[in-house]
Design a protein around this ligand. Structure first.
Ligand SMILES: N[C@@H](CCC(=O)N[C@@H](CS)C(=O)NCC(=O)O)C(=O)O
Length: 229
């Protein structure tokens, strides 16, 4: 059985949504960041980088959302995580969209939501956030144009990339990003979140949050504004 290491509200939500979409039972391992569990030997033995998501598979551990999603899409083709294709160029185009989320957008999300990961001086936070916001607006603009025409990121049909973009939107709007200039992205977030796999992942996260809260270990980023809009 697959086992996903995760923490609520993190990018592990995307891999969890993929697992929900596949629909087979899977195990989970909850990491309490507030207890520093991501730096403890037990978890570093799973992922020496100390990050979620990490997916334990019968062949070994896979880390990095992009690798996990690509593998799941190929290993479980019936789940429709990505549009089916044997064309190497089309596959590369799909990977480019995954890398856009994981390599271009996610680092900006981190700067915007948790500027303390860049500088521990709180007075630096507004400058870090302002620059991240400027770059996010630039990077999201072409996606807004696309989503004004198409329902989903890869066109008319849902793919796991929609869950990725929805997580990014949730994270930044939940941290005060003003989404008014991006109505198509806002609508997309709503559509993506209505998907049963997304709801199931959110329900699992809610249980995990309750567990962490009960232990006084619920993490809230410093600029948290509540749920994404
Ligand atoms: N490139 C990685 C990024 C993973 C990542 O940064 N995960 C965050 C949660 S969203 C994390 O575990 N951060 C803890 C840390 O960096 O110490 C991926 O796409 O999986």
């Amino acid at each position: 059985m697959l086992k996903l290491w995760f923490a609520p509200n993190t990018c592990a939500r995307v891999s969890m949504t993929a697992l929900e979409e596949i629909g087979q039972p899977y195990g989970t391992g909850l990491i309490a960041f507030m207890a520093g569990e991501h730096r403890k030997p037990e978890f570093l033995a799973v992922n020496p980088s100390g990050k979620v998501p990490a997916l334990e598979t019968p062949q070994g551990v896979l880390v990095q959302n992009g690798a996990i999603l690509s593998w799941l899409a190929e290993a479980y083709p019936d789940a429709g995580l990505l549009p089916p294709t044997d064309n190497p160029f089309e596959k590369a185009q799909q990977r480019a969209e995954i890398f856009r989320c994981s390599s271009d957008l996610h680092p900006l999300v981190t700067r915007f939501v948790m500027p303390q990961m860049i500088s521990t001086e709180m007075e630096d936070a507004p400058r870090i956030r302002a620059k991240a916001e400027e770059l996010l607006r630039f990077q999201l603009a072409p996606l807004e144009t696309r989503l004004a025409q198409d329902e989903f990121l890869l066109g008319g049909s849902w793919s796991i990339l929609d869950a990725y973009l929805a997580w990014i939107w949730f994270r930044i709007t939940g941290s005060g990003f003003d989404g008014d200039a991006f109505p198509a992205l806002r609508g997309h977030h709503q559509r993506a979140t209505e998907r049963p796999s997304a709801k199931a992942a959110l329900a699992r996260e809610a249980e995990a949050e309750k567990d962490l809260d009960g232990r006084g270990l619920l993490f809230r980023p410093p600029f948290d504004k509540g749920a994404g809009k």
